[in-house]
Design a protein around this ligand. Structure first.
Ligand code: PFF
Length: 445
């Protein structure tokens, strides 16, 4: 079957940005930064994006574009009969792990959207937003309904195809999201106590730098936020034709993603301090702080609708990119229709997600690998271990398996002064940093 391509370079850019910008920038970034000391975390995070993230993004997209295949097929095409493709399967595994918890959190966002539409969240519940949220996520059926609905929408977009589904959805969702976040950031800065939040985000507390777990958290966040190491960007790159130039596109995607994260921080931390919420409250952070801000502002109910709509759209534009990883693989290997591959993969993710959702209530005592709950464990394994390994293999593949000429050709860096710099990073700097952070984080924290 003929593989589809993006209709335009802009379509690819928006889809890749859509993949990068998501719950990771708003929900995950704010609580991970909150738990890891704020400003110092931000610096390590920005350094990870710059030194490792963007060069690897270019690497991942270029491997996909060169091979014109899914994450397993790309390695097989470029390195036939060699074990590199095993990294492709690791990517497919990461996609299942990530989407099964991502969809649960996105389901919470959909529920909040609904509650704002019906007006129930516009006024603070008597027990407070924090307790109301905890009660909601720990019930059995309601969160499962929203998780299922979110998965249904994701499947629906993916089965419509690359151009008609993924590209179209991103063209509509991304501009709306950008405008909404800017408005919210402006408002949050006017709150009493806002400066304390801004200070928390931008003033480094250097003492956290001696804690190895901060580095692994920042690295994991960089991979998660840029959608790196799964094969998402490789798969999206494979729908690009050869004439598009990659370096500027990938730098643009990296900058946009970082901007969205920092802006979300500016929205959330001032409110965290204005309402005396602990910055280290973990995953519930945005679901408690934002409703608090909204309830204090004029037209808060409307803003709540717009914000949770934006958050849901951001989540969908990312979740479709995750589902596309196994779908592209299955369509090629099994010759199934896109529809069958999307429905089946999505269904499996939904089922895995049931465990994640129950892990917030009924199954809250199940805490694999010593993490807070099932969701945190899956997130930790995927983001802090699988993704960096996936990225490490991609760097090694482009840096050492390709000849220098092949590598520079694949990335369009042939005639650029940056070519040697990029090569040096993916050959030496990125792998060494990833390995050092890894060993430190896993064995010494
Ligand atoms: N980058 C997305 C976010 O920040 O929400 C999440 C994500 C998408 C992670 C795709 C991994 C991935 F392959």
């Amino acid at each position: 079957m003929q593989r589809e391509n993006w209709a335009s370079r802009l379509g690819f850019m928006l889809a890749a940005m859509g993949s990068a910008v998501g719950l990771g920038n708003i929900w995950r970034f704010s609580y991970v930064a909150g738990e890891n000391g704020g400003g110092a975390f931000l610096i390590i995070y920005l350094a990870s994006i710059l030194i490792i993230g963007i060069p690897l993004l270019l690497t991942e997209v270029s491997i996909g574009r060169k091979a014109q295949s899914d994450v397993v097929g790309s390695y097989q095409t470029l390195a036939p009969k060699q074990p590199w493709f095993l990294a492709g399967f690791l990517g497919v595994g990461s996609a299942f792990l990530i989407l099964s918890f991502y969809s649960v959190v996105a389901g919470w966002a959909l529920y909040y959207l609904w509650e704002y539409i019906t007006g129930s969240l516009s006024i603070e519940p008597t027990e407070g937003y924090g307790a109301a949220f905890e009660t909601f996520i720990s019930t059995t059926y309601q969160p499962l309904f929203w998780h299922g609905l979110f998965m249904f929408i994701t499947i629906f977009v993916v089965l419509a195809g690359v151009k008609q589904g993924i590209e179209l959805a991103n063209k509509i969702f991304m501009p709306i999201l950008a405008i909404l976040l800017l408005i919210l950031a402006g408002y949050s800065l006017t709150l009493d106590g806002a400066m304390e939040g801004v200070r928390f985000l931008f003033t480094p507390d250097w003492s956290v730098l001696s804690d190895p777990s901060v580095y692994i958290a920042a690295l994991g966040q960089a991979f998660f936020s840029l959608s790196l190491g799964v094969g998402t960007m490789m798969t999206y790159g494979s729908y690009l034709s050869k004439e598009h130039r990659l370096p500027s596109a990938t730098v643009g995607i990296g900058i946009m993603d970082t901007l969205f994260a920092v802006i979300s921080g500016i929205v959330i931390f001032p409110a965290v301090f204005a309402f005396n919420i602990e910055p280290s409250s973990g995953p519930p952070l945005v679901f408690i702080t934002l409703p608090d801000i909204f309830s204090q502002m004029p037209f808060g109910g409307l803003v709540g609708i717009l914000f949770f709509l934006a958050l849901s759209l951001a989540a969908i534009s990312s979740s479709i990119s995750i589902l596309e990883v196994p779908v592209a693989y299955l369509v090629r290997v099994t010759k199934w229709s896109r529809k069958k591959a999307s429905v089946l993969s999505g269904l499996i993710m939904f089922i895995l997600g049931i465990a994640v959702s129950l892990g917030m209530g009924k199954w809250k005592d199940i805490t694999p690998i010593g993490k807070r709950n099932i969701m945190d464990s899956m997130d930790y394994i995927a983001s802090n271990i699988f993704l960096p390994i996936g990225g490490l293999v991609m760097a090694a593949f482009a840096g050492w398996y390709f000849t220098k000429k092949q590598a520079l050709d694949a990335t369009d860096l042939k005639d650029s002064p940056l070519g040697n710099f990029w090569l040096f990073i993916i050959r030496f700097v990125a792998p060494i940093i990833i390995i050092v952070i890894f060993i430190n984080g896993i064995f010494f924290s």
